[in-house]
Design a protein around this ligand. Structure first.
Ligand code: CA
Ligand code: CA
Ligand code: CA
Length: 229
């Protein structure tokens, strides 16, 4: 918990970049910033930074993909490096937060930690209501906590770590029974320092329903049969 708070303080203070931050960005209707990017969101390679001068690895985000079904919000974050779960006990383990603005309104919720870390320090139109707490896996191997903007625990979900990714599914019931259409952000690092953040805010997309695939196949088969006749 102490490490988590230290990490968040470092990110929130924006120690990793000069204090020439430019807060405020173009806003669309209802105060929502324009220019969110539909999932999956790509992040540049090589933009990870040693914020506190700690030794590598500098965990470097590759992509963050967020998709919703009728029941869940599925997420997958990939990296250019190999990662380890916090429960490994390694100081090089992946920690940080993935943040969700479930009503897509920056005027509700709390400011995104991503804004304080990732240039151009613009308020990217995210007022965060829920967070995946990647730190929490240290005490419960294979599981992470979902918390609200006040840090209150909403539930715990299983996650899957591979050599270069973490993924999982959050029941929408843990996100205030949201419809799954959310804006998302994220900032990550190792236990010793934040290293990378998404550069833009993403917007989730729907997972195609199995029924629509089946319908498409039926239609395609119908077209093929008609052509054969
Ligand atoms: Ca990156
Ligand atoms: Ca919000
Ligand atoms: Ca929503």
């Amino acid at each position: 918990m102490i490490l988590r708070q230290l990490f968040i303080c470092i990110v929130a203070l924006g120690l990793c970049y000069p204090v020439t931050a430019q807060w405020g960005a173009e806003r669309g209707p209802n105060g929502v910033a324009e220019g969110t990017v539909l999932s999956p969101v790509m992040d540049p390679e090589g933009d990870a930074m040693a914020v506190l001068g700690a030794a590598p690895p500098l965990l470097d985000i590759d992509t963050l993909d967020v998709r919703y079904s009728a029941t869940d919000l599925n997420f997958s974050m990939t990296f250019f490096n190999s990662i380890l779960p916090p429960s490994s006990g390694s100081l090089d383990a992946l920690v940080g937060v993935i943040e969700f603005d479930v009503d897509q309104d920056m005027l509700t919720g709390i400011p995104s930690l991503q804004n304080a870390f990732s240039p151009p320090f613009a308020m990217l139109g995210s007022g965060i209501e829920y967070v995946i707490d990647l730190f929490s896996e240290v005490a419960q191997p294979g599981f992470v906590n979902i918390t609200d903007m006040n840090g209150l625990l909403q539930g715990t979900i299983p996650v899957t770590y591979t050599d270069n990714s973490i993924s999982g599914a959050i029941p929408l019931s843990l996100l205030g029974n949201d419809d799954g259409l959310v804006d998302f952000a994220g900032v990550i690092g190792t236990v010793t320092q934040p290293t990378d953040a998404m550069e833009v805010v993403g917007t989730s997309i729907a997972v195609p329903e199995p029924g629509s695939f089946a319908m498409l196949l039926i239609l395609l088969c119908g077209v093929v049969n008609l052509r054969r006749k």
